[in-house]
Design a protein around this ligand. Structure first.
Ligand code: SF4
Length: 479
């Protein structure tokens, strides 16, 4: 987002940012207006992803060239040379260029720079040919933001060639670069809806003049994890003692507590319980548990120490009682991987905690920095677990989250000889089975300095906080 003359200039990333967080639109608008300086910080992961994305785009263009297509690349022209970029892109389209990389499209306040414009045989109103947009993406699954971005480019393209492109193309890495196609019309209504919301959020119809920023609050959302404004928004929430700081609280519960004048964690911590009023949604008990969670956190903050409380009385099917009977052969597995190594990712750490014959706990691990070591690490993990399982079929395999079963399956797929002898799938199902059935599914989540253990039924979600143990971070689940 930037100001161009007196107009706001909007791009595809403004659309996806708005979808992720309304407050982000507010902050970026203030930067565009010169009312605020953007933080000089970017998530390190994003930098790596951007670099890998550029490599992927380059490889795709080389692939197209190797197919005998002529690739016209405008990547050398800076974004700021907007008029030159637009003119050269249009000239290439007029000439019927087969592939245009890093061209530019514009309409009113909207500006876009698609990775690739590909000529297709279908005629447009303007030419005997037309163009479709392709974007190179690293993600294995297409996200809503990618569809939005491509819909914007297709809309801008339609303004030029007079015809909406039939398909949007997403090109993930992989042999042959077979793109995934999405019918542009099917997503047009969704695109218009989000676009309209963004336009309204920044203040009205064209020609758009700078308007006062709408009131928004830095509500925590998933995008915060990679957002350059995180430090600022987090500081604001802490300064406000915002209810989102209460571990496990839901948005609906926050809204309800605010109507009861408990709009800060401190106020919530002293809200009288049992509650006098029924909440609009959910059970009173669920709200009371959240109130208690706030109390523990405020006490810990005041006393400057990590506090935890057991949820008593301990009853059948509650908290840790949902876990199976422990055995001395239980194994606690943790795997770490990097999805961006090569085309398939790499599991770089295989580790588990177990008890030796003397009852002492130890952590065993194998690092893997290449495919060969990954294979060895994987074989070692499977063999260790299968041996213990053969000796004691009642042993349990615990894992940190949902990541491990998928990672075991992926590593098994990449190490076919081992998978073929059955170890991989049995281990994966073992990992899942130990967290299912009568014990329900057990999740461990780190929230601030507290490790939360959450249990969920196969059918119904326990209210957050049901099995909150408040153990200090780093406590091994089940140890
Ligand atoms: S840090 Fe989170 S709340 Fe703040 S602008 Fe970014 S996404 Fe929005």
């Amino acid at each position: 987002m930037r100001i161009w003359g007196r107009q706001i200039r909007l791009s595809a990333s403004d659309l996806s940012n708005h979808l992720a967080c309304r407050h982000l639109t507010t902050l970026e608008l203030q930067v565009a207006r010169g009312a605020r300086t953007a933080p000089d910080w970017a998530a390190p992961d994003l930098k790596v992803i951007q670099e890998l994305g550029l490599r992927h785009e380059k490889a795709y263009l080389a692939h197209l060239a190797a197919q005998g297509l002529t690739v016209e690349n405008l990547g050398h022209i800076d974004h700021k040379e907007e008029e030159r970029l637009l003119a050269e892109t249009l000239e290439l389209m007029e000439r019927g260029a087969e592939v245009i990389a890093q061209g530019a499209l514009s309409d009113g306040e909207w500006f876009g720079r698609p990775d690739v414009l590909r000529r297709v045989a279908k005629p447009s109103k303007r030419w005997a040919w037309s163009y479709e947009v392709a974007d190179t993406k690293l993600a294995r699954e297409t996200k809503a933001t990618t569809i939005l971005q491509l819909s914007l480019y297709s809309d801008l393209l339609a303004k030029i060639q007079g015809t909406l492109p039939e398909f949007l193309w997403v090109v993930p890495p992989g042999e042959g670069y077979a793109g995934e196609k999405y019918p542009a019309l099917e997503y047009a209504a969704y695109y218009r809806h989000v676009k309209d919301k963004l336009v309204r959020a920044i203040g009205g119809g064209p020609p758009r003049k700078v308007v006062p920023t709408p009131e928004t609050y830095p509500e925590p959302v998933e995008h915060c994890n990679v957002c350059r404004w995180f430090r600022e928004c987090d500081t604001k929430r802490r300064a406000d003692d915002h209810l989102s700081l209460v571990a496990g609280i839901r948005r609906q519960q926050r809204d309800q507590f605010e109507t009861w004048n408990a709009e800060t964690m401190e106020k919530l911590a002293v809200l009288p319980i049992p509650l006098k009023e029924r909440p609009k949604h959910g059970s009173k008990a669920g709200y009371e548990r959240v109130r208690e969670q706030a109390r523990v956190q405020v006490e810990g903050r005041t006393e400057k120490k990590l506090k935890h409380e057991l949820l008593l009385p301990v009853g059948e099917g509650m908290g840790f009682c949902r876990l199976p009977e422990p055995t001395a052969d239980d194994v606690f597995v943790d795997l770490e991987g990097d999805p961006f190594v090569g085309e398939q990712g790499l599991q770089y750490l295989f580790g588990f905690v177990l008890q030796n014959a003397g009852g002492e706990w130890s952590y065993e691990k194998k690092w893997a920095l290449n495919r060969e070591q990954e294979k060895k690490g994987f074989e070692w993990l499977v063999d260790e677990i299968m041996q213990r399982r053969a000796a004691n079929p009642k042993m349990h395999v615990y894992h940190f989250g949902a990541y491990e079963p998928g990672a075991v399956r992926d590593a098994g797929r990449r190490n076919r000889p081992l998978a073929a002898r059955g170890g991989a799938s049995r281990l994966a199902s073992s990992l899942q089975a130990r967290n299912a059935g009568q014990c329900g599914r057990v999740f461990a989540e780190k929230s601030g300095s507290v490790l939360r253990i959450r249990a969920e039924d196969a059918v119904g979600d326990f209210a957050d906080g049901d099995a909150v143990c408040g153990a200090p971070a780093g406590t091994w689940v089940g140890q």
